[in-house]
Every structure is written in structure tokens, then in C-alpha cells.
Design a protein around this ligand. Structure first.
Ligand code: ADP
Length: 352
């Protein structure tokens, strides 16, 4: 049984994604009719928190929604019971921001598959009544993305690091080259990126890549680049790079003890994507699914160990990654982001 005290904290965005189905994307000066409107819960913070909860861990979601009925309903839905999982989202730190709208993504989906999106930060970017990071003692893992003001991300990163929680960050939307160069990577334990994000960071911090393209490099080439980036980050930040249909590569720091002396070492590898049992429907939110499932798996290992930051064996680590890959393959077979996340019982069944 998981305890009701959450082990994972997500500080991030909460959105309502509004999908308008249109024949063609609206042009300047034009008024068009939409055939339908579908509203789904989204925002990287909410997506990641849902993925953590589906993967069986309790998660404290620290974010904000509007103080109106719409915002209250979003908060209620996020904290709903998830059948087939012992995990849940705890909403005590979801602020109801009075006089402000819940964050929105207004998406036009055209018949030819083209889309265009307007983002309203709303409550996500509104100044918080109390901006001081709150990291409860039982939190072992913090998840961050970049859809909230960067100064908030940085203050949570610092606070969690100083409390010995494991920090995990996905820089999406991507930071500017200047912000990347100033980023306190010494406080970051896990950088999780997709292939496009990986090459942008590489270009900004290491130098121009000789990649074929953002998405066509072989896993071996991405590992080579990730190792160079890892060195550039003073061998302190481990890296996971998801490769869509090619799975994931990792570069992680491990410490080995020999004759009583600890030595920091690096381990790297590639795991292919899990087999799909159905055609791909929609890859939206797959990266967030990966992040949340990873944090839940690592938090479970930390909980089973008396030492908060005990070394994770290669076997345990690759098992966590395999669970992430199965959860993601199930996610891309279904439409939507959070709606496509499956409870851990179903993921474990598919993993057998
Ligand atoms: P993002 O959504 O951040 O762009 P990716 O596209 O790399 O991230 O996808 C994240 C994960 O989703 C991958 O590591 C993989 O497990 C799964 N995935 C994505 N696309 C596919 C695909 N075409 N086939 C199988 N799995 C996929």
C-alpha cells in the first residue's frame, strides 16, 4: 500500500485544452464556424501529475486555476479517484486565483491535420499569494517543466535540492540560449528531453551538432551527444532522451565503491520502444507520461530503501524505464493526453 503522504511534488501548469474542429485554419480578417468543441484537461504540470498518480504514487500538485466555477471544477476533476491505481493527485497546493482565468490552450484542428494554438497563461502565470516554495519532508522527487514563470521553477529547484529531493526537469517550452547557459544544472539531477530539445540544448551548451536532423539520429549518435552534454554539465546531471518510436536513451551517473573509496562513474544505454498493439492515434502528452511514470517508479525505489538517495541498480533502473515505455506506447494508441494514461495495473499487465 502507498501511504497517503505524497512522495512526488509537481510544480507546474494546469490548462484546459479547447479543440475546435475546423475545415481550414482561420485567416486574418476571416470569421469561420467550428464543427465541434472538445475540452480536455491539459498543461504539462497537470499531465505529469496525472501520469505519476496513474503509475501508483501519490503526488502533490502545486499550481493554480481560476477562482471561478470552471477553475473549481478543474481542480475537482484532477483529484478524482483513479480506478486501477493506488496513486492520487492531492490538490491542497492548487491555488484558486480570484479574478483570473484558468490557463487555456485554444487549438484549431483543420481537416488536413494542420493545427494552430493560442496559449493563455492565466492562473499559471499570475503572481501567487505566497510564492515561497513548500517542499514537505516526505517529498523525494520534484518534477518541473517550463510552462510557469522561470523564477518559480528556479526557486522550487533550489528549495528541493537543498532538502535532498531528487530534481527532474523537462525544458519545454525550450529556454532561450541565454537562460540555458545560466541554468543551475548543479542543482538538477535528471534532465529529461525529446530529440528536438536535446539538439537545441546541445547546440547552446556544447556547440553545433553534426546531427542529420533533430529526429533521425541513431540512438548511438544521441548517446554520444548526451555523453558530451553530460560532461559539459560537470557530470552532475543525468540525462534521459526520449526518441519517439525508437524508445529512449540514458546517460546516468552512478557511484561505485572499491576498497572503501567512492568513485563517480557514468552508465549509458538504449531501450527500444515497447511494442504497439494498436495503431498510433495521438502522441500528445507522451513525453509527460514518460516523466510522470519515471518519477513514480524512482520514488517507489526510494521508498523501499532506508537511504533517501541510495544507488539504484542497473536492473531496477531499466525496469523503471521499461514501465515508462509500456505506459507511453499505451498512451500513443489512444486520443488525448491525460485521457490516454492508463493505470499501473493495466501497464503491468501489458509489460508481462
Ligand atoms: P515528446 O512527446 O516529448 O515529443 P517522444 O515523442 O519522444 O516525446 O515520445 C515519448 C515516448 O512515447 C517515447 O519514448 C516512446 O516510448 C513513446 N512513443 C512516442 N512515439 C511513439 C511511436 N511512434 N511508437 C512507439 N512509441 C512511441
Amino acid at each position: 500500500m502507498t501511504s497517503s503522504r505524497p512522495s512526488v511534488l509537481v510544480r507546474g501548469s494546469i490548462n484546459i485544452d479547447e479543440f475546435y474542429s475546423v475545415q481550414d485554419i482561420v485567416r486574418p480578417g476571416q470569421t469561420i464556424a467550428s464543427r465541434s468543441l472538445k475540452k480536455l484537461l491539459g498543461g504539462k504540470g497537470a499531465n505529469q501529475a496525472k501520469a505519476v498518480a496513474c503509475a501508483g504514487a501519490d503526488v502533490l500538485l502545486d499550481g493554480a486555476v481560476g477562482g471561478d466555477d470552471e477553475g473549481k471544477s478543474v481542480k475537482g476533476k484532477l483529484c478524482d479517484y483513479i480506478e486501477g491505481s493506488e496513486g492520487k493527485i492531492i490538490g491542497d497546493r492548487i491555488v484558486l486565483a480570484e479574478g483570473v482565468s484558468t490557463g487555456k490552450a485554444v487549438i484549431q484542428l483543420a481537416d488536413d491535420g494542420e493545427n494552430c494554438i493560442i496559449i493563455l497563461g492565466g492562473a499559471n502565470t499570475h503572481p501567487r499569494p505566497d510564492p515561497t516554495p513548500l517542499i514537505p519532508d516526505n517529498i523525494t522527487h520534484l518534477l518541473l517543466a517550463n510552462e510557469i514563470p522561470l523564477d518559480s521553477t528556479l526557486s522550487y529547484l533550489k528549495a528541493a535540492h537543498s532538502r535532498s529531493a531528487t530534481t527532474i526537469f523537462n525544458p519545454s517550452p525550450m529556454l532561450s540560449a541565454e537562460a540555458l547557459r545560466a541554468f543551475p544544472f548543479d542543482q538538477l539531477e535528471w534532465l529529461i528531453v525529446n530529440q528536438g530539445e536535446m539538439s537545441t540544448i546541445y547546440d547552446s551548451l556544447v556547440g553545433k551538432t553534426d546531427s542529420i536532423s533533430d529526429s533521425e539520429d541513431s540512438p548511438e549518435k544521441v548517446i554520444e551527444n548526451a555523453l558530451a552534454l553530460y560532461k559539459k554539465l560537470d557530470c552532475k546531471t543525468s540525462i534521459l532522451c526520449t526518441l519517439g518510436g525508437q524508445g529512449v536513451i540514458y546517460v546516468r551517473s552512478i557511484s561505485t565503491t572499491s576498497s572503501g573509496t567512492d568513485t563517480e562513474n557514468v552508465e549509458s544505454g538504449h531501450l527500444p520502444a515497447a511494442k504497439l498493439l494498436n495503431p498510433i492515434k495521438d502522441t500528445t502528452g507522451a513525453g509527460d507520461c514518460f516523466m510522470g511514470t519515471f518519477a513514480a517508479g524512482m520514488a517507489r525505489l526510494a521508498k523501499n530503501n532506508s537511504e533517501r538517495k541510495a544507488e539504484v541498480s542497473k536492473e531496477d533502473f531499466t525496469d523503471v524505464l521499461k514501465t515508462c515505455l509500456v505506459a507511453c506506447s499505451m498512451c500513443v494508441e489512444k486520443e488525448g493526453a491525460q485521457d490516454s494514461y492508463h493505470p499501473i495495473s493495466a501497464v503491468e499487465e501489458r509489460k508481462k
